[in-house]
Design a protein around this ligand. Sequence first.
Ligand code: GDP
Length: 439
Amino acid sequence: MFQGLSEKLQETFKRLKGKGKLKEADVNEAMREVRVALLEADVNFKVVKDFVAKVKERSIGQEVLESLSPAQHVIKVVHEEMIDLMGGASGKILIASKPPTVIMLVGLQGAGKTTHAAKLANMLKKQGKHPLLVACDIYRPAAIKQLQVLGAQLNVPVFSMGEENPRDIAKASITYANQNGQDVVIIDTAGRLHINEELMGELRDIKGSVKPHEILLVVDAMTGQDAVNVAESFHGDLGLDGVILTKLDGDTRGGAALSIKAVTGCTIKFIGLGEKMDALEAFHPDRMASRILGMGDVLTLIEKAQESFDEKKAKEMEQKLRKQEFTLDDFLDQMQQMKKMGPLSSILEMIPGVGKQLKDVNIDEKDTAHIEAIIRSMTTEERRKPAIIKDSRKKRIAKGSGTSVQDVGRLLKQFEQMQKMMKQFSGGGMGMLGGGKKG
Ligand code: GDP
């Protein structure tokens, strides 16, 4: 995400850091580069102008905190102004005091409405809610089917009435929700290729009939300034409560993320980071700014770990580590848990200082698949005591897992090293990643 912008800004700051004492000319030069980087990232022209002016004003001739070098001070100011730019409340759905809470998703065709209706349902379900998905995209026959498939996958009911008037479908869905104990209604509406009066009329109609608590605009981040224009139009016409910015996983520039709030006044509530159902995150301007500036995003990483790791399992694992009973089966288990956090590359990107190095590193998710296959080809006894695996067995395991004897040897060696390391840790009572609270 945002690699292009991130790299340019970091280059600029690196040069700045090399300077020691900063003169006004140094700051001006750095701000020229920041300006170009932001414009290249497709950030709105006026937003860039204001941003650079503010940073300059706060960087030149100001008292610098004693603990910071002048360059660090500039970076701190850029960081703060960037947070301000994207600022506002972070991703939460306001739950109505009287159910059902009604959320209406709007946006152009292909922005990701149907996908994000389902992702939202998934998120709310995890929070203990009982969502109902409502198919109001009646023009694209595949849209109803798509929602039904996603609903079935998530075990979330989908309300549809075929090609009836969307306003009537929406209205009927509220009655249905009331009768069936569904406390959040998520309405997936139809889009068009471009904004037109027919679309807006239809959306106003639905809005009038169900009085949604939240109208969220779904926009594709990769469309840059177009996304900002779309947000401005929808906000003017319907009055938006927030934005879901999708496809950030493919957005190397970041123009939409950095401009939407400043131009339209609408806050980004959620971001979509992939096609999978769990690729939805609450938007936190501070964390996003840190990611862009290459400071990593440790908080999101921790949250992801907490979400994905089963507390009880983590405790068991810690016990095993303490007693030095950690086996290859446990190793496999840990790998499965890691996988739940998302692709390895996106996890590593959040670690400070790692993101930048990553661009040259090709992380092969296949490697983890190999490791899994190897462990699964071992007997239970072997997984418990890998030391008993002799050369002939290594050959069999390699054959069984479609890998080479070297691969098997390497894994066994790595595991042995890991066990050694754990012995050192276990004295101090340290768990693995997300090891939960210490008991
Ligand atoms: P709709 O027309 O607005 O309902 O859009 P869809 O939900 O059908 O999404 C259009 C396409 O974008 C589909 O192929 C989705 O899988 C894909 N998509 C949606 N959200 C994301 C995202 O956050 N990241 C990526 N990479 N693809 C997405």
